[in-house]
Ligand binder design. Structure first.
Ligand code: FAD
Length: 247
């Protein structure tokens, strides 16, 4: 049975209209960067729980999650209403296999996110392992509007710490920005803009690709990668891309 711990909200960030992060204090067991926890609240006498990836690296004292308030969703609007000092149930044990430990070796690593899926990569990127294992890392973040390009400070620190080894490619689909690509990930992959702007090749010989976020993106980008001769990675049959679906 799932073991629940009482967590306390310490800090809340409100990035834009429906986009939030909360930092929590809870005595959870350790976790591996890339894993998710489950958060829960009592709603009408029932404990309603949902999975959320950790944004913080495992060594941090506070836990952090980044989430959208989904209209009429059972849990997320209530999470969005929490304030510092409020209580939330946190699962004692983390779960998930979207971790570097599960990935085969490659020269470069592409981390592709839609929306709040950025968070899982920030957890991984703030550990030593990716920098020990990969020569270059490209972080692609696709959102609709520029105010959804969250965690600018954390990304600036990674740029400062890892220089040319780290590339950040924001993509806005509904708004044109000087420093971002415009449109959708699939189009930017297919017309070569991703590789051109990153200055990093995306090939079966050199790359592993992580895809996290909405099902539509994962489905269409997976198909485009397969068309390049890449296949989904499985433990028994090593491949070139790994996925985690949020919705
Ligand atoms: C392994 C895993 C990790 C996850 N990690 C995160 C995370 O770090 N951050 C996060 O925001 N969500 C994450 N999710 C989704 C999250 O668990 C909830 O589904 C989401 O917060 C909505 O909860 P809800 O109870 O309000 O609505 P739900 O009943 O869960 O969903 C209602 C509808 O909302 C849509 N939806 C679900 N998640 C999102 C989203 N993120 N953005 C837009 N629409 C969505 C779905 O299409 C669904 O039909 C994760 C899901 C999985 C499976």
């Amino acid at each position: 049975m799932e073991k629940w711990l009482e967590g306390k909200v310490v800090e809340k960030r409100h990035w834009s209209d429906k986009l939030y992060s909360i930092r929590l204090k809870a005595p959870v067991d350790g976790f591996t960067a890339g894993q998710f926890t489950r958060l829960a609240l009592e709603i009408d006498g029932e404990r309603v729980a949902r999975p959320y990836s950790f944004v913080n690296p495992p060594q941090d004292e506070l836990l952090e999650v980044h989430f959208n308030e989904v209209e009429n969703g059972p849990l997320s609007p209530r999470l969005a209403a929490l304030e510092p000092g409020d209580r939330v149930w946190v699962s004692a044990r983390a779960n998930g296999f979207f971790t570097l430990e599960q990935l085969p070796q490659s020269e470069n690593l592409w981390m592709i996110a839609t929306g709040t899926a950025l968070g899982v990569y920030l957890s991984i990127l703030r550990t030593e392992l990716p920098w020990q294992r990969f020569q270059q890392i490209v972080l692609v973040h696709n959102v609709r509007y520029k105010d959804q390009l969250s965690y600018g400070e954390e990304i600036a620190t990674l740029k400062q710490d890892y220089g040319e080894r780290f590339r950040y490619l924001p993509i806005t689909s509904q708004e044109q920005l000087q420093d971002a690509l415009q449109g959708r990930i699939l189009a930017a992959l297919e017309d070569g803009r991703l590789e051109r702007h990153a200055g990093v090749e995306l090939t079966p010989q050199k790359s592993h690709v992580m895809l996290c976020g909405n099902m539509g993106m994962i489905r269409e980008v997976s198909a485009a990668l397969e068309a390049r001769g890449m296949r989904k990675h499985r433990k028994k049959e090593p491949g070139h891309f790994t996925t985690e679906k949020y919705h």
